[in-house]
Design a protein. Structure first.
Length: 153
Protein backbone atom coordinates (compact mmCIF):
# COMPACT_ATOMS: atom_id res chain seq x y z
CA UNK A 1 0.00 0.00 0.00
CA UNK A 2 1.33 3.46 -0.85
CA UNK A 3 1.31 6.19 1.78
CA UNK A 4 2.24 9.85 1.77
CA UNK A 5 3.11 11.60 4.99
CA UNK A 6 5.37 14.26 6.39
CA UNK A 7 8.15 13.04 8.67
CA UNK A 8 10.20 15.66 10.46
CA UNK A 9 8.96 18.29 8.00
CA UNK A 10 9.96 16.24 4.94
CA UNK A 11 7.41 14.83 2.52
CA UNK A 12 7.65 11.04 2.28
CA UNK A 13 6.05 8.72 -0.24
CA UNK A 14 6.52 5.04 0.47
CA UNK A 15 5.16 1.61 -0.15
CA UNK A 16 4.42 -0.26 3.08
CA UNK A 17 2.93 -3.61 3.81
CA UNK A 18 -0.57 -3.28 5.33
CA UNK A 19 0.55 -4.93 8.58
CA UNK A 20 3.77 -2.90 9.10
CA UNK A 21 3.87 -1.02 12.37
CA UNK A 22 4.61 2.69 12.30
CA UNK A 23 7.62 2.16 14.60
CA UNK A 24 9.09 -0.34 12.13
CA UNK A 25 8.47 1.99 9.19
CA UNK A 26 10.27 4.82 10.99
CA UNK A 27 13.20 2.70 12.16
CA UNK A 28 13.67 0.24 9.28
CA UNK A 29 12.52 2.17 6.25
CA UNK A 30 13.49 5.72 7.23
CA UNK A 31 16.44 4.99 9.56
CA UNK A 32 15.00 7.09 12.40
CA UNK A 33 16.23 4.98 15.29
CA UNK A 34 15.54 7.49 18.06
CA UNK A 35 12.08 5.94 18.23
CA UNK A 36 12.57 2.73 20.19
CA UNK A 37 10.81 -0.59 19.65
CA UNK A 38 11.03 -2.41 22.97
CA UNK A 39 8.44 -5.01 21.89
CA UNK A 40 6.40 -4.31 25.01
CA UNK A 41 3.09 -3.40 23.35
CA UNK A 42 3.47 0.29 24.22
CA UNK A 43 3.90 -0.14 27.95
CA UNK A 44 7.14 1.85 28.28
CA UNK A 45 6.16 4.55 25.82
CA UNK A 46 9.64 4.39 24.27
CA UNK A 47 8.00 4.20 20.82
CA UNK A 48 6.32 7.61 21.22
CA UNK A 49 6.17 10.04 18.29
CA UNK A 50 4.06 13.10 17.60
CA UNK A 51 1.32 12.48 15.04
CA UNK A 52 -0.33 15.72 13.97
CA UNK A 53 0.94 17.19 17.25
CA UNK A 54 -0.40 14.43 19.49
CA UNK A 55 1.85 12.00 21.33
CA UNK A 56 1.09 8.47 20.13
CA UNK A 57 2.72 5.09 20.62
CA UNK A 58 4.03 4.12 17.19
CA UNK A 59 4.22 0.44 18.14
CA UNK A 60 0.47 0.48 18.64
CA UNK A 61 -0.47 1.69 15.17
CA UNK A 62 0.08 0.70 11.60
CA UNK A 63 2.17 2.75 9.19
CA UNK A 64 -0.84 3.02 6.85
CA UNK A 65 -2.65 4.93 9.59
CA UNK A 66 -0.07 7.71 9.16
CA UNK A 67 -1.13 8.34 5.57
CA UNK A 68 -1.72 12.06 5.14
CA UNK A 69 -0.40 12.85 8.61
CA UNK A 70 2.57 14.80 9.99
CA UNK A 71 4.97 12.82 12.16
CA UNK A 72 7.69 14.25 14.37
CA UNK A 73 10.31 11.96 15.87
CA UNK A 74 13.02 12.98 18.32
CA UNK A 75 15.29 13.57 15.32
CA UNK A 76 12.87 16.26 14.14
CA UNK A 77 12.69 18.31 17.33
CA UNK A 78 15.40 20.65 16.11
CA UNK A 79 15.79 21.99 12.59
CA UNK A 80 19.52 22.48 12.87
CA UNK A 81 22.50 20.98 14.65
CA UNK A 82 21.72 22.76 17.92
CA UNK A 83 19.51 21.43 20.68
CA UNK A 84 16.10 23.03 21.07
CA UNK A 85 15.08 24.69 24.36
CA UNK A 86 13.68 21.53 25.96
CA UNK A 87 16.62 19.39 24.86
CA UNK A 88 19.11 21.91 26.26
CA UNK A 89 17.20 21.97 29.55
CA UNK A 90 17.44 18.16 29.69
CA UNK A 91 21.19 18.52 29.27
CA UNK A 92 21.49 21.28 31.87
CA UNK A 93 19.43 19.42 34.47
CA UNK A 94 21.09 16.03 33.80
CA UNK A 95 17.65 14.64 32.96
CA UNK A 96 19.16 11.73 31.05
CA UNK A 97 20.53 8.54 32.52
CA UNK A 98 20.64 5.59 30.12
CA UNK A 99 18.79 7.63 27.47
CA UNK A 100 16.39 4.91 26.38
CA UNK A 101 13.24 6.79 27.39
CA UNK A 102 14.62 10.24 26.62
CA UNK A 103 13.17 10.54 23.09
CA UNK A 104 9.70 9.67 24.38
CA UNK A 105 9.97 12.04 27.34
CA UNK A 106 11.06 14.86 25.04
CA UNK A 107 8.16 14.23 22.68
CA UNK A 108 5.39 13.98 25.29
CA UNK A 109 6.73 17.12 26.97
CA UNK A 110 6.90 18.91 23.62
CA UNK A 111 3.22 18.13 23.18
CA UNK A 112 2.48 19.52 26.66
CA UNK A 113 4.53 22.69 26.17
CA UNK A 114 2.80 23.29 22.83
CA UNK A 115 -0.58 23.15 24.61
CA UNK A 116 0.22 24.74 27.98
CA UNK A 117 2.60 27.70 28.16
CA UNK A 118 3.28 27.40 31.89
CA UNK A 119 2.42 23.89 33.09
CA UNK A 120 2.37 23.05 36.76
CA UNK A 121 4.58 20.34 38.20
CA UNK A 122 1.49 18.13 38.45
CA UNK A 123 0.67 18.66 34.76
CA UNK A 124 4.23 17.74 33.79
CA UNK A 125 4.12 14.59 35.92
CA UNK A 126 0.74 13.60 34.48
CA UNK A 127 2.06 14.12 30.94
CA UNK A 128 5.00 11.83 31.70
CA UNK A 129 2.64 9.09 32.88
CA UNK A 130 2.86 7.34 29.50
CA UNK A 131 6.68 7.08 29.69
CA UNK A 132 8.44 4.53 31.86
CA UNK A 133 11.89 5.51 33.11
CA UNK A 134 13.71 3.12 35.40
CA UNK A 135 16.78 5.32 35.90
CA UNK A 136 15.89 8.89 36.84
CA UNK A 137 12.79 8.82 38.98
CA UNK A 138 11.65 11.71 36.74
CA UNK A 139 12.69 14.49 39.16
CA UNK A 140 15.28 16.06 36.87
CA UNK A 141 13.05 15.51 33.84
CA UNK A 142 10.28 17.46 35.59
CA UNK A 143 12.68 20.24 36.59
CA UNK A 144 13.99 20.46 33.03
CA UNK A 145 10.46 20.74 31.60
CA UNK A 146 9.45 23.43 34.08
CA UNK A 147 12.61 25.40 33.29
CA UNK A 148 12.02 25.01 29.55
CA UNK A 149 8.52 26.46 30.03
CA UNK A 150 10.05 29.52 31.70
CA UNK A 151 12.34 29.95 28.69
CA UNK A 152 9.36 29.98 26.30
CA UNK A 153 7.88 33.13 27.83
Amino acid sequence: MNITCTVNNKSIEAHVEPNKLLVDFLREDLGLTGTKNPLDFGQTGACTVLLDGQAVKSSMMLAVQADGKAIITVEGLSDDQELNNLQSRFEAFHAVQCGYCTPAALLVLTELLDRVAQPTEQEVREQLDSVLCRCTGFQNIVLAALDAAKGQQ
